[in-house]
Design a protein around this ligand. Structure first.
Ligand code: MN
Ligand code: MN
Length: 274
């Protein structure tokens, strides 16, 4: 047993929970295989449990691993995700949720917004995920932020890494008042000051496929790993919950992307402990 696993029995601050679910992926399945791969990379002896700024994530009382939630069919999965996250929040744990496809973010946010009604969201993605529906599915992984904004579950939604927006999604962004920092307007000194509790949703395709090839929708021209980490480190915000989604191990033959997920997990976790 390594040091990380030793800490599970202690009272914890953060919770890891996996949702191995990709039924709402429109193009390619595989994201359901991600949570165990991310955990393995996180625990790997190839690195250590320290964040870059010096937070020891292997310290006692840091993590509770709630394991993976066994998927169920149809709309019941959405309730199961929402209930699982609500339970962790009720126990005063700050969840870090491992997907799965991006559809899991809507039920997660339903739970989070009940505890934090003035929620802000920072969303890393190549895509705005604002489709009213895709291929007849209103719960598509291309639609979670349309549902979230329709229901008024967040007071502010900021999107970064965006570089695949069509006309419909531009209209949706305008309708919901979404702040999109398109990739073509990216600056390396970009920073945000959030005055309300912040949720970070990290779709791995926000990164350039050169850094994170293990995704279902490779979109060139994205963020470097360094740029994404830099933005997380510069944030002025109280980060209360996060997700890392859309890693597809079937597209990741050399486990490159799994290691990037683990790195982001560390930096986001360190931010949450600030
Ligand atoms: Mn995406
Ligand atoms: Mn997405």
């Amino acid at each position: 047993m390594n040091r990380f696993e030793d800490t599970f029995a202690q009272p914890s601050k953060l919770a890891l929970i996996g949702f191995p679910y990709d039924e709402n992926s429109s193009f390619m399945k595989g994201a359901a295989d991600a949570p165990p791969q991310i955990r393995a990379a996180f625990r790997s002896d190839a690195s250590n449990f320290w964040s870059e700024a010096g937070v020891d994530l292997g310290a006692e009382g840091t993590f509770f691993d709630a394991g993976d939630v066994e998927p169920v069919a149809g709309t019941k999965m959405s309730s199961l995700i929402e209930d699982s996250v609500r339970t962790l929040l009720t126990d005063n744990l700050a969840p870090i949720c491992l997907g799965g496809d991006h559809s899991i973010t809507y039920p997660i946010i339903r739970a989070v917004s009940k505890k934090y009604p003035d929620l802000s969201i920072l969303h890393f993605d190549a895509h705005p995920d604002l489709y009213d529906e895709l291929l007849g599915n209103r719960h598509s992984h291309a639609s979670p932020f349309a549902r979230i904004m329709e229901e008024g579950l967040a007071k502010r939604l900021v999107q970064v890494g965006i570089r695949a927006v069509n006309g419909h999604q531009r209209e949706q962004a305008e309708r919901f008042g979404v702040e999109i920092i398109e990739m073509r307007h990216w600056r390396d000194d970009l920073t945000f000051d959030f005055d309300s509790p912040l949720y970070i949703s990290f779709d791995m395709d926000a990164l350039d496929p050169a850094f994170a090839p293990g995704v279902s929708h490779r979109e060139p021209g994205g963020l470097s790993t360094r740029q994404a980490i830099g933005l997380i480190q510069r944030l002025k915000a109280k980060v209360i919950t996060a997700d890392i989604v859309e890693f597809n191990p079937r597209m990741d033959p050399f486990q490159t992307t799994a290691v990037v997920c683990a790195k982001l997990l560390k930096e986001i976790a360190a931010k949450m402990l600030e």
